[in-house]
Design a protein around this ligand. Structure first.
Ligand code: MN
Length: 283
């Protein structure tokens, strides 16, 4: 009887121990798996960081300045915003800048890159694409325009913007429009009367090199071969609702009047100067 009792105890003891070992093994496999997934996650985080860093490093080569757009479309990147999201306040509020840059503008860039993937457009410059836009799809037209136009728009403004243009651009503005005030009035009018979504522009005529004001629908711009008057844009004013609606609601006119307080004339002048040097290369 005693032997049987000891035998039963032995059997249960063995079962208990082996069960325990099994449970430990399962636990340790699980924790190894967790460690492994943590490592993978960490690796992913590191590569994400590297991607952000290399995009920033790339922006040294591509800043969206005039000559940069001769680069093959495949090599262009999404340039960093030249200031913080709140830099344009109170004219343009932080949330509008953040959504406009990080969602709308980035969306056009991503869709543009997707649209040209594995096509001959990858080797063409944005200037060449615009000069042949009538032969491209609406997807390319809208997103190439959306990508390029917003780069201009952001660099055309700055935290300490405003005032008036100087130097040779000032002379040309006075020659073309009579005065700085008359120029602002005309471009303001073009922006306010653009029906629906679109842009107002100060541009240099590709043929005559005269300054002129125009407006375009959707994401079109004066470089496109569908434009009545083809020009090189040096100042871009976005009048899509997404550019102002959070702060100004339906008051587009107020947004346009305030825009002038943030114009970065140094950038506009640099684009005007660059046009002189590269005019012959633009078709
Ligand atoms: Mn926009």
């Amino acid at each position: 009887m005693k032997n049987i009792f000891i035998a039963i105890l032995f059997v249960f003891g063995t079962l208990f121990l082996s069960g325990n070992l099994l449970a430990q093994k399962v636990l340790s496999t699980k924790s190894q798996a967790k460690d492994k997934s943590d490592v993978i996650k960490q690796k992913a985080d590191v590569s994400k960081e590297t991607a952000t860093l290399s995009a920033t490093a790339g922006s040294d080569a591509f800043t969206g300045k005039a000559e940069d757009w001769f680069m093959p479309a495949a090599e262009t990147i999404f340039p960093a915003l030249p200031y913080s999201y709140s830099a344009l306040e109170p004219v343009i509020d932080k949330m509008t800048v953040e959504l406009h840059y990080d969602k709308h503008h980035r969306g056009y860039f991503n869709n543009f890159k997707k649209a040209i993937e594995n096509s001959k457009l990858e080797k063409m410059s944005l200037y060449e694409i615009f000069a042949s836009i009538s032969e491209q799809s609406m997807t390319v037209r809208n997103n190439a325009g959306g990508y390029y136009n917003h780069v201009l728009y952001w660099s055309n403004m700055s935290a300490d913007g405003g005032g008036e243009p100087s130097g040779i651009l000032q002379k040309h503005i006075i020659n073309s429009f009579g005065s700085y005030e008359a120029f602002v009035k005309e471009m303001t009018e073009a922006a306010k009367t653009r029906f629906g979504s679109g842009w107002a522009w100060l541009a240099v005529d590709l043929k005559t090199k005269e300054l002129f004001i125009t407006s375009t629908a959707n994401q079109d711009n004066p470089l496109m071969d569908i434009s009545d008057r083809r020009g090189y844009p040096i100042l871009a004013l976005d009048v899509w609702e997404h550019a102002y609606y959070l702060n100004y609601q339906n008051k587009r006119a107020d947004y346009i009047d305030n825009f002038w307080k943030k114009v970065n004339w140094k950038d506009v002048e640099a684009r005007f100067d660059a046009f002189e040097k590269m005019a012959g290369k633009l078709k």
